[in-house]
Design a protein around this ligand. Structure first.
Ligand code: ZN
Length: 501
C-alpha cells in the first residue's frame, strides 16, 4: 500500500464529489427547476466549479504526483494505479498550465459572446457577433500557446475533447472521408426523395416514452443505475457509476425525434454504466474522449437502431403500439423513412450520410481560422461557398448558416466539432470488429437480443474508462488505428440498397 497514492485518491474523490454535486444541480436545472431558481443556480454551479478547480490545482496534488513518479515507473502501464496517476497528471498539467487570470478572462468573454449570439442569431446579425468571434479566436490562439511544443496550433485545443488526436492527421482522414462522401450524397440526391410522412403523424407522448424506454432496456440500459427524464436539449449525465441518467424530448408530430434521441443518449449511458465499478469516483471513471463517446451513441442510434435487423424484430411491436398510425405501413416503407437522406442546411437535423459533411467543414474552418488563412469577417461567405460545393445547398441568411451552432459562441474555436465525425467513423470500426469476433451479433439483433454485442463493447471499450487514450483504445479493440474503411463500407452497402445505387 502506497500512502501517497492513497492520499491522492482521497483528494481526487473529494473533488469528484464536488463535480458530481454540480452535475446534479445542472441536471435539475435542465429538467425540473422552476424558472425562479435560475440566478441562484448559476451562482451555486460557479461556486462548486471554483471549489473543485481550487482543490485540483492545489500544489499538494502536484507534489503527490511528483512523489509518485518512481512508484508509477515500477508499475505496468496497464495497471490501474499507473493509469490513475498518468491520467491525473495529464489533467493536472492541463489545469495548471492555464493561468487563473486567463481562465477568468476567457469565461467572462465567452459568456458575453453567448449573450450577444442568442440575440444575433434570430436577428440574422453576423456583424453583431463578429468582434466577439475575433476576440474568441485571439483567446483560442493564446490558450494553445500555454502548451508550447505543439505540432499544430489546434492540437492543444483538440486535446481537451479528443486527447491524442492530431489536427494534421484528423484533417487528412476527414479530407479522404469528404472526397468519398460528396459523390455518394450526389448519387443519392439524384434518386427520388424517400417518403417519411409515416413518421410525421400524431404519436401520443406517453406511448412514445414507453416504447423508447422499452428498447433501451433491451439494449442493456440498467434502470437500477439510471433513469430517464424530460428536457429541452437531450443529454446524458452521471453522478456516479451507480447513477447514470438520460434525458429525452418528445415531439408528438415526429416519431423519430424521441425514439432516436433516446437510443443516442442510451448509447452514451451504456458506455458509462459499463465502466469498471472500482474506478468509481476517480478520474478513470469516464469515457475516454468525445469521439469514442460519440461512437457509442451513434452505434446504438444508427448502426443498431436504424438498421434492418433491429426493426425486423421491433417493427411489429411498434405497429402494435401505434396501430392507427403504422398498422398499414410496411416495414420497408418505415425503414426507408427512418433512413431518409436529404441535403440540408442545419447540422443537427442532418441524416447519417450528410452529417459528416457538416462537421468536416466546421473542423476545416477552425484550422483555417487558427492558422490565419481565413478571417472571421470572411467566414459567412466561406460558409455559403462550402455548403454549395459539399451539399449543393446554401443558406440565403447567416441565421441558418454560420450562426447556427452555439459552440464558437460559448467556447473556444478549435476542437469543438471533430468528435462528432470521429464518432461516426469509430462506431463502424468498433461494430465491425465486434461482428468479426462474434458473427452471431447480427442474428441476435434480428431477435431483439443485444447481449453479445454489449458484452464485446464492455470488454473492449466500456470497462476501461479513461485508462487508455482514444488512439490506444481503438488499436487495442480493433487491431488497427482509426480508419474510415469500415464506416464507408457500412454507408455504401446500406445506402446502395436503400437508394438502388
Ligand atoms: Zn452524443
Amino acid at each position: 500500500m502506497n500512502t501517497q497514492y492513497e492520499e491522492l485518491k482521497a483528494r481526487l474523490l473529494e473533488i469528484n464529489d464536488l463535480e458530481s454535486a454540480a452535475a446534479l444541480l445542472y441536471w435539475d436545472q435542465s429538467t425540473y427547476m422552476p424558472p425562479g431558481g435560475a440566478a441562484a443556480r448559476g451562482r451555486q454551479l460557479a461556486t462548486l466549479g471554483q471549489l473543485a478547480h481550487t482543490k485540483f490545482t492545489d500544489s499538494a496534488i502536484g507534489r503527490l504526483l511528483d512523489a509518485l513518479r518512481p512508484y508509477e515507473e515500477q508499475l505496468d502501464y496497464d495497471s490501474d494505479e499507473a493509469s490513475l496517476i498518468r491520467v491525473t497528471r495529464r489533467d493536472y498539467e492541463r489545469a495548471v498550465n492555464l493561468p487563473a487570470a486567463f481562465v477568468a478572462a476567457m469565461y467572462s468573454h465567452t459568456s458575453e459572446a453567448f449573450t450577444v449570439w442568442t440575440k444575433a442569431r434570430p436577428e440574422n446579425n453576423f456583424a453583431a457577433v463578429q468582434p466577439y468571434l475575433e476576440k474568441t479566436l485571439e483567446l483560442s490562439r493564446q490558450a494553445a500557446d500555454f502548451f508550447p511544443g505543439y505540432e499544430h496550433i489546434a492540437d492543444p485545443l483538440i486535446d481537451w475533447s479528443d486527447y491524442g488526436m492530431k489536427a494534421t492527421s484528423v484533417r487528412a482522414i476527414f479530407a479522404d472521408l469528404r472526397a468519398q462522401l460528396v459523390p455518394l450524397v450526389q448519387a443519392i440526391a439524384a434518386q427520388p426523395v424517400a417518403d417519411d410522412s409515416c413518421l410525421k403523424q400524431h404519436f401520443p407522448e406517453d406511448r412514445q416514452w414507453a416504447v423508447g424506454l422499452e428498447v433501451v432496456k433491451r439494449f442493456g440500459y440498467d434502470l437500477e443505475r439510471g433513469r430517464q427524464d424530460k428536457t429541452h436539449h437531450p443529454f446524458m449525465t452521471k453522478f456516479s457509476l451507480g447513477d447514470v441518467r438520460i434525458t429525452t424530448r418528445v415531439n408528438e408530430h415526429d416519431l423519430g425525434e424521441a425514439l432516436f434521441g433516446t437510443f443516442h443518449e442510451a448509447g452514451h449511458a451504456l458506455y458509462e454504466q459499463g465502466i469498471r465499478m472500482d474506478f468509481d469516483g476517480t478520474p478513470l471513471a469516464s469515457g475516454t474522449s468525445s469521439g469514442v463517446h460519440e461512437s457509442q451513441s451513434r452505434l446504438w442510434e444508427n448502426i443498431v437502431g436504424r438498421g434492418r435487423p433491429f426493426w425486423q424484430h421491433f417493427y411489429p411491436k411498434l405497429q402494435a403500439e401505434f396501430p392507427e398510425q403504422l398498422g398499414s405501413v410496411a416495414l420497408d416503407t418505415f425503414y426507408r423513412a427512418i433512413n431518409k437522406v436529404e441535403r440540408s442546411l442545419i447540422r443537427t437535423d442532418a441524416d447519417e450520410v450528410t452529417y459528416n459533411l457538416h462537421v468536416i467543414m466546421r473542423f476545416d474552418f477552425e484550422l483555417d481560422l487558427l492558422e490565419g488563412r481565413l478571417a472571421v469577417r470572411d467566414l459567412p461567405e466561406a460558409w455559403r461557398a462550402r455548403y454549395q460545393s459539399d451539399l449543393g445547398v446554401a443558406s440565403p441568411d447567416d441565421r441558418d448558416g454560420v450562426l447556427q451552432d452555439v459552440h464558437w459562441y460559448a467556447g473556444l474555436i478549435g476542437g469543438a466539432f471533430q468528435g462528432y465525425a470521429l464518432g461516426n467513423i469509430l462506431s463502424a470500426q468498433f461494430f465491425d470488429s465486434a461482428v468479426r469476433a462474434q458473427p452471431a451479433i447480427i442474428d441476435e439483433m434480428a431477435a431483439g437480443e443485444f447481449t453479445t454485442l454489449r458484452n464485446w463493447l464492455t470488454q473492449h471499450v466500456y470497462q476501461h474508462g479513461r485508462k487508455y487514450t482514444a488512439p490506444e483504445l481503438v488499436e487495442r479493440a480493433s487491431g488497427q488505428p482509426l480508419n474510415t474503411e469500415p464506416y464507408l463500407r457500412y454507408l455504401r452497402t446500406k445506402y446502395a440498397e436503400l437508394y438502388q445505387l
